[in-house]
Write a protein that binds this ligand. Structure first.
Ligand SMILES: Nc1nc2c(c(=O)[nH]1)N[C@H]1C(S)=C(S)[C@@H](COP(=O)(O)O)O[C@H]1N2
Ligand SMILES: [Mo]
Length: 500
């Protein structure tokens, strides 16, 4: 009964939220609040262990916890009807507080949770037989037939079925409404006609295949958004404000009216482990950021651009890195398409050479010129480094770890990156032997990874393969292993293989 009441309550809350303020739904509000509150090691563990499945798992966990509390409440309520009220109120308060803690929350955001708690308490009271009052004898006399208090069994089953049916309708309705809002965003995306770039990317150098670009569907995704923000190009606005002489507000059409550049840029996540998957290269289309900021008139002393997204992320980028001539941009296109919703549609920031958490705000709606002294962005508040240049790194993609290979010539291949500095050399060492130079494929710029390959004359037995890169400043990738926290992992990617 407790479970049924809680499900009905949560469904009512989510339906109301979907109709009014989607971010105020208790499940997402509690989930997002947990994500924000989770200590960095927990978050890292979740990303490392569950990858992209961390969010469904979190929602599942919340569901289970809720179910446990609901069953407990239901059992207690059989003895004391106040327990039902108490349990529902507790869950309602949790949902309401979580909703209020979300960035940009309004007082009305408590309403879905309050309504849900009322529905749950009401259902419980309606369904449960009222406990016998203290005045009655607890032990029936032999042969005594005690009247059933409250609804009869049959009535109870009918009521429960009614609630279950209502809940199912509510779930279906919520699902339909959500589906339609995601279709709206998808439709807005499909309606986008990206203009040709005024300054196109050069064709890929000879010998570089399509594998150089990561396909959008394969591009890693890392963010704290429990549900993908669904923005619309018609209503999207970007404000440029703070320490500027002339605050600006731009629509999506204003952005597309400006001269667009197209660049191949490799983006990576600071949470990537040595050899990990959170790095990708795309052909991005966007509006150069430096001229936009200059048009707004950057005031003296402003050293941080704080980018804010529609769902409250803050990402702080040094003003200097935006203005130093690199291709910092507001990206609208990715590999020839409008940005996919998961990658920041309709507009995201990109700052080549910085880890994503310090320069690549997705779903961006606000740029505030500020100072590092006066404001810590989301991840900085959680102890990550303020300055986050990417580290020189390399990865073995082929053969796979623990592969079994036939003896003879084996191609060892992978990627290496040091955005901004560029890669000068990649070397491979077999069984900790001498470093052997690999062959580098040509690259369009220093802002992308480099593909490398090494011909290995493989002999039977177990072998270890490791790789290191040297950037064009002469810096050799360090062997010393560090964790991603607080400014990116270091160490050599090493794999074991068996040759037969
Ligand atoms: N709005 C928003 N932007 C964000 C993030 C986020 O959580 N929210 N995560 C950042 C991080 S940590 C990285 S590594 C990149 C990842 O971009 P991608 O998901 O498109 O690969 O986005 C950055 N931009
Ligand atoms: Mo990241």
């Amino acid at each position: 009964m407790g479970l049924l009441a809680a499900t009905a309550g949560v469904t009512a809350a989510e339906l109301l939220a979907t109709l009014t303020r989607p971010q105020a739904g208790p499940l997402v509000a509690v989930g997002s609040t947990l994500i924000d509150a989770a200590p960095t090691p927990v978050k890292e563990f979740a990303v490392r262990t569950f990858g992209t499945y961390d969010k469904p798992l979190l929602l599942g966990g919340i569901g289970l916890a809720l179910a446990g509390l609901a069953v407990l409440t239901g059992l207690l309520a059989r003895r004391r009807s106040a327990a039902g009220l108490g349990g529902a109120a507790l869950l309602g308060v949790l949902g309401a507080v979580a909703a209020l803690l979300r960035p940009g929350a309004r007082a009305v955001d408590v309403l879905p949770s309050v309504a849900g708690a009322l529905v749950a308490a009401g259902v419980l009271r309606w369904l449960l037989p009222r406990p016998a009052s203290a005045a009655e004898p607890v032990v029936p006399r032999p042969g005594e037939v005690r009247p059933i208090r409250g609804p009869s069994r049959r009535a109870l089953a009918r009521n429960a079925a009614l609630v279950a049916a209502g809940t199912a309708l509510g779930v279906a309705g919520t699902g339909l409404l959500r589906g339609s809002s995601s279709r709206d965003a998808e439709r807005s995306r499909e309606a986008v006609r990206l203009p040709a770039p005024a300054d196109p990317a050069a064709p890929l150098p000879d010998g570089v295949g399509p594998a150089f670009h990561t396909r959008n569907a394969d591009f890693y995704r890392v963010d704290t958004a429990l549900t993908v923000p669904r923005l619309d190009t018609d209503t999207w606005r970007l404000r440029i404000r703070g320490m500027v002489d002339r605050p600006l507000e731009l629509s999506f059409a204003d952005l597309l009216d400006r001269e667009l550049v197209e660049r191949d840029i490799t983006l990576n996540c600071v949470s990537n482990e040595v050899g990990g998957p959170y790095v990708g290269t795309a052909r991005w289309l966007g509006v150069p950021l430096a001229p936009l900021l200059r048009a707004a008139g950057i005031r003296a002393g402003a050293d941080q651009v704080v980018a804010r997204s529609s769902e409250g992320m803050t990402i702080g980028t040094p003003v200097e890195t935006v203005l130093d001539g690199r291709d910092a941009m507001l990206a609208v296109g990715m590999n020839g398409e409008p940005l996919p919703l998961e990658h920041g549609f309709p507009v995201r920031m990109l700052t080549p050479g910085l880890f994503g958490y310090a320069g690549a705000c997705k779903w961006v709606v606000d740029l505030e010129l500020s100072t590092f002294a006066s404001f810590d962005a989301y991840w900085v508040r959680r102890g990550w480094a303020r300055e986050a240049p990417v580290k020189t790194a390399s990865r073995i993609d082929r053969p796979a770890p623990f592969a079994r290979l036939p003896a003879g010539q084996v191609v060892v291949a992978g990627v290496a990156w040091a955005q901004g500095r560029g890669i000068a050399a990649v070397e491979v060492s077999v069984d900790s032997g001498p470093w052997q130079p690999s062959t580098l494929l040509p690259v369009p710029s220093t802002d992308t990874w480099v593909q490398w390959r090494y011909q290995w004359p493989a002999t039977p037995g177990g072998h270890s393969l490791r790789v290191r890169a040297t950037d064009r400043t002469g810096d050799v990738q360090t062997e010393s292993r560090t964790t991603p926290f607080p400014d990116g992992a270091t160490g050599w990617h090493t794999i074991a293989v068996t040759v037969i």
